[in-house]
Write a protein that binds this ligand. Structure first.
Ligand code: AN7
Length: 404
Protein backbone atom coordinates (compact mmCIF):
# COMPACT_ATOMS: atom_id res chain seq x y z
CA UNK A 1 0.00 0.00 0.00
CA UNK A 2 1.00 3.63 0.02
CA UNK A 3 0.87 6.69 2.26
CA UNK A 4 1.61 10.39 1.94
CA UNK A 5 4.79 11.55 3.66
CA UNK A 6 6.15 15.04 4.24
CA UNK A 7 9.62 15.35 2.72
CA UNK A 8 10.62 17.92 5.37
CA UNK A 9 9.37 16.60 8.73
CA UNK A 10 8.68 12.99 7.73
CA UNK A 11 5.17 12.97 9.15
CA UNK A 12 2.86 10.50 7.43
CA UNK A 13 -0.74 11.01 6.36
CA UNK A 14 -3.44 8.67 5.24
CA UNK A 15 -3.68 8.34 1.48
CA UNK A 16 -7.26 9.58 1.55
CA UNK A 17 -6.31 12.87 3.19
CA UNK A 18 -7.29 15.75 0.91
CA UNK A 19 -4.05 17.72 1.34
CA UNK A 20 -1.36 19.08 -0.98
CA UNK A 21 1.24 20.10 1.58
CA UNK A 22 2.12 19.02 5.11
CA UNK A 23 -0.54 20.53 7.38
CA UNK A 24 2.13 20.74 10.10
CA UNK A 25 5.17 22.30 8.42
CA UNK A 26 3.99 23.10 4.84
CA UNK A 27 6.62 20.76 3.43
CA UNK A 28 6.05 19.02 0.08
CA UNK A 29 4.30 15.68 0.27
CA UNK A 30 5.33 12.55 -1.51
CA UNK A 31 3.72 9.21 -2.07
CA UNK A 32 5.59 6.35 -0.42
CA UNK A 33 4.90 2.77 -1.45
CA UNK A 34 5.59 -0.26 0.65
CA UNK A 35 7.71 -1.84 -2.08
CA UNK A 36 8.12 -5.05 -0.09
CA UNK A 37 4.49 -5.79 -1.04
CA UNK A 38 5.08 -5.24 -4.75
CA UNK A 39 5.96 -8.23 -6.83
CA UNK A 40 6.93 -7.30 -10.35
CA UNK A 41 9.25 -9.18 -12.63
CA UNK A 42 10.63 -8.26 -16.03
CA UNK A 43 8.91 -11.31 -17.51
CA UNK A 44 5.52 -10.32 -16.11
CA UNK A 45 5.88 -6.71 -17.26
CA UNK A 46 6.84 -7.72 -20.78
CA UNK A 47 3.53 -9.55 -21.19
CA UNK A 48 1.44 -6.40 -20.65
CA UNK A 49 0.45 -3.65 -23.11
CA UNK A 50 3.06 -0.92 -23.30
CA UNK A 51 1.46 2.13 -21.73
CA UNK A 52 1.48 3.78 -18.32
CA UNK A 53 -0.89 1.25 -16.79
CA UNK A 54 1.61 -1.53 -17.47
CA UNK A 55 3.03 -0.46 -14.09
CA UNK A 56 -0.29 -0.45 -12.24
CA UNK A 57 1.14 -1.94 -9.01
CA UNK A 58 3.28 1.19 -8.72
CA UNK A 59 0.43 3.58 -9.38
CA UNK A 60 -1.38 4.89 -6.30
CA UNK A 61 -4.96 3.96 -7.09
CA UNK A 62 -7.26 1.88 -4.93
CA UNK A 63 -8.20 -1.60 -5.99
CA UNK A 64 -11.32 -1.63 -8.12
CA UNK A 65 -11.07 2.05 -9.08
CA UNK A 66 -12.07 2.87 -12.64
CA UNK A 67 -9.12 4.69 -14.11
CA UNK A 68 -9.67 7.87 -16.16
CA UNK A 69 -7.46 7.15 -19.14
CA UNK A 70 -6.82 8.19 -22.71
CA UNK A 71 -4.19 5.48 -23.10
CA UNK A 72 -1.27 7.66 -22.08
CA UNK A 73 2.37 6.68 -21.96
CA UNK A 74 3.93 4.04 -24.15
CA UNK A 75 5.76 6.83 -25.96
CA UNK A 76 8.65 6.04 -28.32
CA UNK A 77 12.25 6.04 -27.23
CA UNK A 78 13.96 6.97 -30.46
CA UNK A 79 17.52 6.10 -31.22
CA UNK A 80 19.14 9.39 -32.18
CA UNK A 81 22.24 8.34 -34.12
CA UNK A 82 22.38 11.30 -36.48
CA UNK A 83 22.13 13.75 -33.61
CA UNK A 84 24.62 11.78 -31.51
CA UNK A 85 27.12 12.03 -34.38
CA UNK A 86 26.49 15.75 -34.73
CA UNK A 87 27.06 16.27 -30.99
CA UNK A 88 29.96 13.81 -30.77
CA UNK A 89 28.27 11.45 -28.34
CA UNK A 90 28.39 7.64 -28.30
CA UNK A 91 24.79 6.78 -27.58
CA UNK A 92 21.77 9.06 -27.54
CA UNK A 93 18.03 8.44 -27.26
CA UNK A 94 15.05 10.75 -27.32
CA UNK A 95 12.05 9.90 -25.16
CA UNK A 96 9.35 11.71 -27.06
CA UNK A 97 6.59 12.73 -24.68
CA UNK A 98 4.90 14.73 -27.40
CA UNK A 99 3.42 11.40 -28.48
CA UNK A 100 1.00 11.39 -25.53
CA UNK A 101 -2.76 11.89 -26.13
CA UNK A 102 -2.77 15.67 -25.65
CA UNK A 103 0.81 16.09 -26.84
CA UNK A 104 2.77 16.35 -23.61
CA UNK A 105 4.01 14.36 -20.60
CA UNK A 106 1.36 16.02 -18.46
CA UNK A 107 -1.09 13.29 -19.52
CA UNK A 108 0.80 10.81 -17.35
CA UNK A 109 0.17 12.98 -14.34
CA UNK A 110 -3.43 13.69 -15.21
CA UNK A 111 -4.55 10.09 -15.69
CA UNK A 112 -3.52 9.47 -12.08
CA UNK A 113 -4.44 12.95 -10.79
CA UNK A 114 -7.97 12.98 -12.20
CA UNK A 115 -8.50 9.37 -11.14
CA UNK A 116 -7.55 10.42 -7.59
CA UNK A 117 -9.85 13.44 -7.84
CA UNK A 118 -12.79 11.08 -8.48
CA UNK A 119 -11.69 8.70 -5.71
CA UNK A 120 -11.63 11.62 -3.30
CA UNK A 121 -15.10 12.70 -4.40
CA UNK A 122 -14.17 15.92 -6.23
CA UNK A 123 -16.66 17.34 -8.71
CA UNK A 124 -14.41 20.10 -10.04
CA UNK A 125 -10.70 20.35 -10.78
CA UNK A 126 -8.47 23.34 -11.39
CA UNK A 127 -4.94 24.41 -12.20
CA UNK A 128 -2.74 27.31 -13.13
CA UNK A 129 -0.68 26.61 -16.19
CA UNK A 130 1.88 27.74 -18.70
CA UNK A 131 -0.23 25.74 -21.15
CA UNK A 132 0.31 22.00 -21.24
CA UNK A 133 -1.08 21.26 -17.80
CA UNK A 134 -4.29 23.08 -18.72
CA UNK A 135 -4.59 21.30 -22.09
CA UNK A 136 -4.15 17.95 -20.42
CA UNK A 137 -6.37 18.62 -17.41
CA UNK A 138 -9.14 19.93 -19.68
CA UNK A 139 -9.11 16.68 -21.67
CA UNK A 140 -9.02 14.38 -18.64
CA UNK A 141 -11.72 16.36 -16.80
CA UNK A 142 -13.89 16.05 -19.91
CA UNK A 143 -13.28 12.31 -19.95
CA UNK A 144 -14.19 12.10 -16.26
CA UNK A 145 -17.26 14.28 -16.72
CA UNK A 146 -16.26 16.90 -14.17
CA UNK A 147 -15.87 20.66 -14.26
CA UNK A 148 -12.47 22.16 -15.06
CA UNK A 149 -11.09 25.61 -14.38
CA UNK A 150 -7.75 26.81 -15.75
CA UNK A 151 -5.94 30.00 -14.91
CA UNK A 152 -3.38 31.15 -17.50
CA UNK A 153 -0.93 34.03 -17.82
CA UNK A 154 -2.73 36.11 -20.46
CA UNK A 155 -0.90 36.41 -23.77
CA UNK A 156 1.90 34.04 -22.73
CA UNK A 157 0.36 30.72 -23.66
CA UNK A 158 1.34 28.95 -26.87
CA UNK A 159 -1.69 28.97 -29.12
CA UNK A 160 -2.08 25.21 -29.54
CA UNK A 161 -2.33 24.71 -25.78
CA UNK A 162 -4.87 27.46 -25.35
CA UNK A 163 -6.91 25.98 -28.19
CA UNK A 164 -6.90 22.58 -26.48
CA UNK A 165 -8.17 23.94 -23.16
CA UNK A 166 -11.00 25.73 -25.00
CA UNK A 167 -11.75 22.73 -27.18
CA UNK A 168 -12.26 20.41 -24.22
CA UNK A 169 -14.62 22.82 -22.55
CA UNK A 170 -12.59 24.06 -19.59
CA UNK A 171 -13.42 27.41 -18.12
CA UNK A 172 -10.40 29.39 -19.24
CA UNK A 173 -9.39 32.52 -17.34
CA UNK A 174 -6.42 34.63 -18.38
CA UNK A 175 -4.79 36.74 -15.72
CA UNK A 176 -2.56 39.72 -16.38
CA UNK A 177 0.40 38.27 -14.51
CA UNK A 178 2.85 35.41 -14.81
CA UNK A 179 2.40 31.73 -13.96
CA UNK A 180 3.69 32.06 -10.41
CA UNK A 181 1.01 34.61 -9.55
CA UNK A 182 -1.64 32.49 -11.28
CA UNK A 183 -0.63 29.47 -9.23
CA UNK A 184 -0.84 31.39 -5.96
CA UNK A 185 -4.33 32.59 -6.85
CA UNK A 186 -5.66 29.25 -7.98
CA UNK A 187 -4.31 27.50 -4.90
CA UNK A 188 -6.22 29.88 -2.70
CA UNK A 189 -9.37 29.56 -4.80
CA UNK A 190 -9.23 25.76 -4.74
CA UNK A 191 -8.91 25.63 -0.97
CA UNK A 192 -11.71 28.13 -0.47
CA UNK A 193 -14.19 26.58 -2.87
CA UNK A 194 -13.48 22.89 -2.72
CA UNK A 195 -11.99 22.59 -6.20
CA UNK A 196 -9.41 19.82 -6.51
CA UNK A 197 -6.01 21.31 -7.40
CA UNK A 198 -4.01 19.49 -10.06
CA UNK A 199 -0.80 21.42 -10.34
CA UNK A 200 2.34 19.40 -9.72
CA UNK A 201 2.32 20.39 -6.05
CA UNK A 202 -0.28 17.61 -6.02
CA UNK A 203 1.78 14.53 -5.15
CA UNK A 204 -0.46 12.09 -7.05
CA UNK A 205 0.33 13.71 -10.35
CA UNK A 206 4.03 13.05 -10.00
CA UNK A 207 3.27 9.38 -9.46
CA UNK A 208 1.89 9.21 -12.96
CA UNK A 209 4.88 11.05 -14.34
CA UNK A 210 7.39 8.69 -12.72
CA UNK A 211 6.30 6.21 -15.38
CA UNK A 212 8.60 8.04 -17.80
CA UNK A 213 11.46 6.43 -15.90
CA UNK A 214 9.82 2.99 -15.90
CA UNK A 215 9.35 3.17 -19.65
CA UNK A 216 12.87 4.39 -20.38
CA UNK A 217 14.32 1.54 -18.31
CA UNK A 218 11.93 -0.93 -19.92
CA UNK A 219 12.78 0.27 -23.44
CA UNK A 220 16.49 -0.03 -22.71
CA UNK A 221 16.02 -3.69 -21.79
CA UNK A 222 15.65 -3.05 -18.05
CA UNK A 223 18.71 -0.92 -17.66
CA UNK A 224 19.30 2.73 -16.81
CA UNK A 225 21.10 5.19 -19.07
CA UNK A 226 24.03 7.13 -17.63
CA UNK A 227 22.11 10.41 -17.85
CA UNK A 228 18.55 11.55 -18.23
CA UNK A 229 18.27 15.14 -19.45
CA UNK A 230 15.00 16.91 -18.62
CA UNK A 231 13.67 20.42 -19.31
CA UNK A 232 12.72 22.07 -16.01
CA UNK A 233 10.04 24.60 -15.10
CA UNK A 234 8.10 23.92 -11.92
CA UNK A 235 10.54 21.10 -11.08
CA UNK A 236 7.90 18.36 -10.92
CA UNK A 237 8.91 16.19 -13.83
CA UNK A 238 12.59 15.79 -13.03
CA UNK A 239 11.64 14.85 -9.46
CA UNK A 240 9.07 12.34 -10.69
CA UNK A 241 11.47 10.68 -13.13
CA UNK A 242 14.12 10.31 -10.43
CA UNK A 243 11.56 8.74 -8.09
CA UNK A 244 10.64 6.27 -10.83
CA UNK A 245 14.22 5.14 -11.33
CA UNK A 246 14.70 4.75 -7.59
CA UNK A 247 11.62 2.54 -7.31
CA UNK A 248 12.69 0.35 -10.23
CA UNK A 249 16.12 0.08 -8.62
CA UNK A 250 14.67 -0.88 -5.24
CA UNK A 251 12.57 -3.54 -6.93
CA UNK A 252 15.65 -4.94 -8.63
CA UNK A 253 14.29 -4.14 -12.10
CA UNK A 254 17.39 -2.08 -12.92
CA UNK A 255 20.88 -2.51 -11.47
CA UNK A 256 22.11 1.05 -11.81
CA UNK A 257 20.69 4.53 -11.33
CA UNK A 258 21.14 7.34 -13.85
CA UNK A 259 22.37 10.81 -13.10
CA UNK A 260 19.71 13.52 -13.60
CA UNK A 261 20.34 16.66 -15.64
CA UNK A 262 17.89 19.56 -15.33
CA UNK A 263 17.88 22.25 -18.03
CA UNK A 264 16.21 25.64 -17.66
CA UNK A 265 15.95 28.66 -19.93
CA UNK A 266 18.47 31.32 -18.96
CA UNK A 267 15.74 33.90 -18.31
CA UNK A 268 13.94 31.56 -15.94
CA UNK A 269 16.61 29.59 -14.12
CA UNK A 270 16.12 29.74 -10.34
CA UNK A 271 16.90 26.04 -9.98
CA UNK A 272 20.22 26.36 -11.80
CA UNK A 273 21.24 29.28 -9.59
CA UNK A 274 20.30 27.46 -6.38
CA UNK A 275 22.11 24.33 -7.55
CA UNK A 276 25.29 26.27 -8.34
CA UNK A 277 25.17 28.06 -5.00
CA UNK A 278 24.69 24.75 -3.19
CA UNK A 279 21.43 25.92 -1.65
CA UNK A 280 18.47 23.72 -0.71
CA UNK A 281 15.95 26.45 -1.56
CA UNK A 282 15.55 28.58 -4.67
CA UNK A 283 15.43 32.34 -4.75
CA UNK A 284 12.28 33.15 -6.76
CA UNK A 285 12.74 35.22 -9.93
CA UNK A 286 10.08 37.88 -10.16
CA UNK A 287 10.12 38.36 -13.92
CA UNK A 288 11.01 35.13 -15.65
CA UNK A 289 11.29 35.47 -19.44
CA UNK A 290 11.93 33.05 -22.29
CA UNK A 291 10.44 32.11 -25.65
CA UNK A 292 9.97 28.64 -24.17
CA UNK A 293 6.75 29.77 -22.47
CA UNK A 294 6.12 26.30 -21.01
CA UNK A 295 9.05 26.81 -18.64
CA UNK A 296 8.63 30.53 -18.04
CA UNK A 297 8.46 29.95 -14.28
CA UNK A 298 10.27 31.94 -11.60
CA UNK A 299 9.16 30.28 -8.37
CA UNK A 300 9.12 26.51 -8.94
CA UNK A 301 7.08 24.85 -6.20
CA UNK A 302 8.81 21.49 -6.47
CA UNK A 303 12.33 22.91 -6.29
CA UNK A 304 13.18 21.12 -3.00
CA UNK A 305 12.39 17.78 -4.64
CA UNK A 306 14.41 18.62 -7.75
CA UNK A 307 17.41 19.77 -5.73
CA UNK A 308 17.25 16.53 -3.79
CA UNK A 309 17.06 14.54 -7.04
CA UNK A 310 20.13 16.36 -8.37
CA UNK A 311 22.02 15.80 -5.14
CA UNK A 312 21.09 12.13 -4.79
CA UNK A 313 21.83 11.30 -8.41
CA UNK A 314 25.07 13.27 -8.70
CA UNK A 315 23.26 15.44 -11.22
CA UNK A 316 23.77 18.74 -12.98
CA UNK A 317 21.57 21.80 -13.56
CA UNK A 318 22.35 24.00 -16.58
CA UNK A 319 20.69 26.89 -18.38
CA UNK A 320 20.47 27.64 -22.09
CA UNK A 321 19.64 30.74 -24.11
CA UNK A 322 16.58 31.14 -26.31
CA UNK A 323 18.87 30.95 -29.36
CA UNK A 324 20.35 27.68 -28.16
CA UNK A 325 16.82 26.35 -27.65
CA UNK A 326 15.80 27.17 -31.22
CA UNK A 327 19.01 25.67 -32.57
CA UNK A 328 18.31 22.45 -30.67
CA UNK A 329 14.69 22.44 -31.82
CA UNK A 330 15.99 22.64 -35.38
CA UNK A 331 18.44 19.80 -34.81
CA UNK A 332 15.70 17.54 -33.46
CA UNK A 333 13.38 18.44 -36.32
CA UNK A 334 15.91 18.17 -39.14
CA UNK A 335 18.39 15.53 -37.99
CA UNK A 336 15.81 13.19 -36.47
CA UNK A 337 12.38 14.14 -37.78
CA UNK A 338 11.14 14.79 -34.25
CA UNK A 339 9.05 17.95 -33.88
CA UNK A 340 9.05 19.42 -30.39
CA UNK A 341 8.03 22.66 -28.75
CA UNK A 342 10.81 25.01 -27.57
CA UNK A 343 10.79 23.97 -23.89
CA UNK A 344 11.40 20.38 -24.94
CA UNK A 345 14.41 21.32 -27.02
CA UNK A 346 16.03 22.74 -23.89
CA UNK A 347 17.08 19.20 -22.99
CA UNK A 348 19.08 18.80 -26.20
CA UNK A 349 20.47 22.34 -25.95
CA UNK A 350 21.62 21.56 -22.42
CA UNK A 351 23.21 18.30 -23.48
CA UNK A 352 25.12 20.04 -26.26
CA UNK A 353 26.46 22.61 -23.85
CA UNK A 354 27.46 20.09 -21.19
CA UNK A 355 29.29 18.01 -23.79
CA UNK A 356 31.19 21.09 -24.89
CA UNK A 357 32.08 21.91 -21.28
CA UNK A 358 33.23 18.34 -20.75
CA UNK A 359 30.72 17.85 -17.93
CA UNK A 360 29.12 14.97 -19.78
CA UNK A 361 31.45 12.36 -21.23
CA UNK A 362 31.33 11.59 -24.94
CA UNK A 363 31.10 7.85 -24.33
CA UNK A 364 28.05 8.01 -22.11
CA UNK A 365 24.59 6.67 -22.85
CA UNK A 366 22.20 9.60 -22.65
CA UNK A 367 18.41 9.97 -22.84
CA UNK A 368 16.93 13.38 -23.58
CA UNK A 369 13.27 13.78 -22.66
CA UNK A 370 11.31 15.92 -25.11
CA UNK A 371 8.26 16.99 -23.20
CA UNK A 372 5.80 18.51 -25.70
CA UNK A 373 4.80 18.35 -29.37
CA UNK A 374 5.88 20.92 -31.98
CA UNK A 375 2.27 21.77 -32.87
CA UNK A 376 1.71 23.18 -29.41
CA UNK A 377 3.50 26.31 -30.50
CA UNK A 378 3.32 26.87 -34.27
CA UNK A 379 3.81 30.61 -33.89
CA UNK A 380 7.41 30.12 -32.85
CA UNK A 381 8.01 28.33 -36.15
CA UNK A 382 6.47 31.12 -38.20
CA UNK A 383 8.50 33.75 -36.38
CA UNK A 384 11.87 31.97 -36.20
CA UNK A 385 12.12 29.78 -39.30
CA UNK A 386 12.15 30.22 -43.07
CA UNK A 387 9.00 31.68 -44.58
CA UNK A 388 7.16 29.78 -47.32
CA UNK A 389 7.35 31.34 -50.77
CA UNK A 390 4.30 32.16 -52.81
CA UNK A 391 4.35 32.33 -56.61
CA UNK A 392 2.18 32.90 -59.65
CA UNK A 393 0.89 29.61 -61.14
CA UNK A 394 3.44 29.29 -63.97
CA UNK A 395 6.19 26.74 -64.61
CA UNK A 396 8.63 29.55 -65.06
CA UNK A 397 7.95 31.00 -61.64
CA UNK A 398 8.02 27.53 -60.08
CA UNK A 399 11.35 26.66 -61.70
CA UNK A 400 12.80 29.96 -60.61
CA UNK A 401 12.21 29.22 -56.94
CA UNK A 402 12.92 25.49 -57.02
CA UNK A 403 15.97 25.45 -59.29
CA UNK A 404 17.42 28.68 -57.98
C1 AN7 B 1 6.70 21.13 -22.56
O1 AN7 B 1 1.85 23.36 -18.18
O2 AN7 B 1 4.26 23.97 -15.84
O3 AN7 B 1 9.48 21.11 -14.37
O4 AN7 B 1 1.72 24.59 -16.40
O5 AN7 B 1 4.97 22.14 -20.58
O6 AN7 B 1 7.53 19.56 -14.23
O7 AN7 B 1 7.18 22.01 -14.51
C2 AN7 B 1 4.56 22.99 -17.96
C3 AN7 B 1 5.83 22.56 -17.81
C4 AN7 B 1 8.73 21.07 -19.54
C5 AN7 B 1 8.46 21.67 -17.17
N1 AN7 B 1 8.34 20.96 -20.79
O8 AN7 B 1 8.08 20.61 -16.34
C6 AN7 B 1 2.35 23.86 -17.19
C7 AN7 B 1 3.78 23.63 -16.91
C8 AN7 B 1 7.09 21.30 -21.15
C9 AN7 B 1 6.19 21.81 -20.20
C10 AN7 B 1 7.91 21.57 -18.54
C11 AN7 B 1 6.64 21.96 -18.86
P1 AN7 B 1 8.07 20.83 -14.77
Amino acid sequence: MFVLRCMECGKEYHRRAMIYQCPDCSGLLEVVFDLSEVELTREELKKRPFNLWRYRELMPVEEGTRVVSLSEGGTPLYSAKALAEELGLRELYVKNEGANPTGSFKDRGMTVGVTKALELGASAVGCASTGNTSASLAAYAARAGIRCLVLLPAGKIAIGKLAQALLHGAQVVGIRANFDVALRLVRELCTKHNIYLLNSINPWRLEGQKSEAFEIADQLGFSSPDRVVVPVGNCGNISAIWKGFKEFHQLGLVDELPSMVGVQAEGASPLVKAFRAGKSRVEPEREPETIATAIRIGAPVNAPKALRALRESGGIAESVTDEEIIEAQKLLARKLGIGVEPASAASVAGLKKLLEYGEIDRDERVVCVTTGHALKDPEIIFSRYEKPVEIEPTMEALERVVMG
